[in-house]
Design a protein around this ligand. Sequence first.
Ligand code: ZN
Length: 50
Amino acid sequence: MKTRLACPCGVMIRGEDEDDLVERAFAHLREQHPDLADEYEREHILFMAY
Ligand SMILES: [Zn+2]
C-alpha cells in the first residue's frame, strides 16, 4: 500500500493508508500549491506516491 508522497517542493507527506495520504496531499496542495490543487486528482496523487 502506498503511504508516502514526496511533493516536488520537498515536503514529505505521509498517510496511514491511501485514503489518508490522498487527503493529506490535497490539504497540502490547497495550502501550498492552490494552482495545482484543482488539476490533481486522486489518481495523480497515487501515481506519484510510493
Ligand atoms: Zn508541496
